[in-house]
Unconditional design. Structure first.
Length: 133
């Protein structure tokens, strides 16, 4: 499941999983470009609750992104790691499963003043193993 060249501060990635139980994802985001004057900022990746969109689990990364063009961010919810270019990086938040059936992942970017601001152009890739119980 891929999503290419997202060029807005906030976007939603819908998906459908098969199986009879929740799946645990591996998410990869390739940084295809840095935009605007902000080089440091916050990237939040969230899984929305299917029944209540105000309740979601989030992984948040805050850093100076200046030298990160072309690198891959990897959020591995199975092994509970967050990496940039293969190296573990600081983050905060909660790793998540994907609900069986339809769901959504939301990506949000905030600049150093915590205003919603697009500064990373991202291509995204998600994989997961279907789970049957």
């Amino acid at each position: 499941n891929t999503k290419t060249n997202q060029t807005t501060a906030t976007w939603t990635w819908t998906f459908t999983t098969n199986g009879t139980w929740n799946a645990t994802p591996l998410l990869r985001f390739t940084i295809n470009g840095l935009h605007n004057t902000y080089t440091d900022g916050l990237l939040q990746i969230s899984r929305y609750n299917n029944t209540d969109s105000t309740k979601y689990e989030t992984i948040t990364i805050y850093r100076d992104w200046t030298s990160d063009n072309g690198k891959v961010i990897e959020i591995d919810c199975v092994n509970q790691t967050v990496k940039l270019a293969g190296q573990e990086i600081d983050y905060w938040g909660t790793f998540f499963d994907l609900p069986k059936g339809s769901g959504a992942i939301r990506c949000e970017q905030y600049d150093s003043t915590y205003a919603s601001n697009y500064f990373l152009e991202l291509s995204s890739y998600m994989e997961y193993n279907e789970r049957y119980l």
